[in-house]
Design a protein around this ligand. Structure first.
Ligand SMILES: O=C(O)c1ccccc1N[C@@H]1O[C@H](COP(=O)(O)O)[C@@H](O)[C@H]1O
Length: 216
């Protein structure tokens, strides 16, 4: 039986955000530990937010090229269910993090053309899941969360991939159903597309996004 679309809402900063995203039907809630992001939360804030996450909803920690000191402190203080690696982590580093912390790891791959697709097989060997996101512009401050989509037709001729994957990048309530239909993805991720301003989540937009994703 098809379990339906799985939705990750990323960059939650308040208890109200957490409850609204869970009520809307998100299956993963993302906490962003990249200090330059408008969606950043510190470990104490995330630890408090984690308490409000309903059972059955996964708590995902987003980090960018994090070293062991940061990950030791993070995993000590925040009860995460998954780590999202959104930097330029090598396959060896992904495997090391997975082994050291005993948590499922989702590696993000930036996609802007066919050449980027080769990384899918390489990282499938070491990660539990992949996220395919738009490659950030060269001058971008953030490696993700820029509200930019990539050419979804790059995924249309894909061969069988061995690991679950999630579509990200510039998704919102208006385009998510089309994105799901065109790519065949079973999982979608959104940050800026459900915000009224950078880092400010909007409960109605989260609700509309989840309803649109489920309608596809
Ligand atoms: O959201 C951020 O600020 C961010 C910062 C650093 C790395 C990743 C980040 N966000 C991730 O990117 C996807 C796509 O974002 P968007 O929907 O295009 O705004 C987001 O869901 C996060 O997983």
């Amino acid at each position: 039986m098809d379990a339906g679309i799985r939705i990750k809402v990323c960059g939650l900063r308040t208890a109200a955000d957490v409850l609204s995203a869970a009520d809307a039907g998100a299956t993963y809630l993302g906490f962003n530990f990249f200090p330059k992001s408008p969606r950043y939360v510190n470990f104490d804030e995330a630890g408090d937010l984690a308490v409000d996450v309903p059972v059955g909803v996964a708590k995902v920690g987003l980090v960018v090229n994090a070293d062991n000191a940061l990950l030791d402190a993070l995993t000590d203080r925040v009860p995460l269910d998954m780590l999202q690696l959104h930097g330029s982590e090598t396959p060896e580093r992904v495997a090391e993090i997975r082994a050291r912390y005993g948590l499922p790891v989702m590696k993000v791959l930036g996609i802007s053309g066919t050449a980027d697709m080769d990384a899918i097989d390489v990282y499938s060997a070491v990660a539990d899941q992949l996220m395919l996101d738009a490659k950030p512009p060269k001058d971008a401050v953030l490696p993700g969360g820029n509200g930019i989509s990539f050419d979804w037709s790059l995924l249309s001729g894909r061969k069988y991939w061995t690991k679950p994957w999630m579509l990200a990048g510039g998704l919102n309530a208006e385009n998510v159903a089309e994105a799901i239909m065109r790519t065949g993805t079973k999982q979608v991720d959104v940050a800026s597309g459900v915000e009224s301003a950078p880092g400010i989540k909007d409960a109605n937009l989260m609700k509309a996004f989840c309803a649109a994703a489920r309608s596809a």
